[in-house]
Design a protein around this ligand. Structure first.
Ligand SMILES: N[C@@H](CCC(=O)N[C@@H](CS)C(=O)NCC(=O)O)C(=O)O
Length: 220
């Protein structure tokens, strides 16, 4: 197999696919494409100009969820990461969508973008927007997730699924933006995030991201 993943490591959607590939044990090559400066040919792979995209031989696809669900279907011989039955699969897709469409606009496109990215591009950090995300908007989502996780180790079916990966991916961007989950307010979620960060797959990508972030911000 020759899988090439296109994108930038600090994107939560690229990270989601990288973690999926690592957890599945699938080999891939990462080709760096910045979401802000894409080569013209990239539109062939990703018509909306977003990262990630994937090439598998002469087949290509865009969108992190579409890519991972393609790989899930293609590698049905491997342990599932999208649930084991119809109900689990639906729950995993719901939670993945929740992370991508409810958390991402706040954790990534508000906290991370303002705090970590904009200053490196000579742009002003809109701290008021960051504070509104942290105090007015994110808590209701964390409350829902804390309740959904309940006392379980994983979100769905007592084993790792894409739901766990998708939430951790968003929280990593929030942390890159200088914010941690409040463990007193959301103890189960914070413990889940701690467990996710300790996984081999996350440890395989995180140090490289932290180095990149330090370089971008002039700290290294
Ligand atoms: N639903 C898409 C979202 C991808 C996305 O928004 N990626 C951002 C980077 S984190 C991007 O490429 N932004 C550039 C743009 O929208 O032009 C996915 O899951 O892959």
């Amino acid at each position: 197999m020759s899988l090439t993943l296109y994108g930038a490591p600090l994107s939560p959607f690229v990270r989601k696919v990288r973690l999926y590939l690592l957890e599945k044990g699938l080999d891939y090559r990462l080709e760096i494409v910045s979401p802000f400066a894409q080569p013209a040919w990239y539109r062939e792979l990703s018509p909306l100009g977003r990262v990630p995209a994937l090439r598998d031989g002469d087949f290509s696809l865009a969108d992190s969820s579409v890519i991972c669900q393609y790989l899930e279907d293609k590698h049905s011989e491997l342990a599932p990461l999208y649930g084991r039955d119809t109900n689990e699969r639906a729950q995993v897709r719901w939670l993945e969508k929740y992370a991508d469409y409810e958390l991402a606009p706040l954790s990534t496109f508000t906290v991370f973008r303002n705090r970590a990215l904009k200053p490196t591009m000579g742009q002003h950090c809109d701290e008021a927007a960051v504070q509104a995300a942290l105090t007015d908007k994110l808590p209701q989502h964390f409350n829902y997730l804390e309740k959904t996780l309940s006392g379980a180790e994983f979100f769905v079916g007592e084993r790792l699924t894409m739901a766990d990966i998708a939430f951790a991916s968003q929280l990593i961007n929030m942390e890159h933006g200088g914010e941690q989950l409040d463990a007193e307010r959301w103890p189960r979620l914070a413990a889940h995030y701690g467990r996710m960060k300790a996984r081999e797959s996350v440890q395989a990508v995180l140090p490289g991201e932290q180095k990149m972030l330090a370089k971008l911000s002039g700290r290294a």
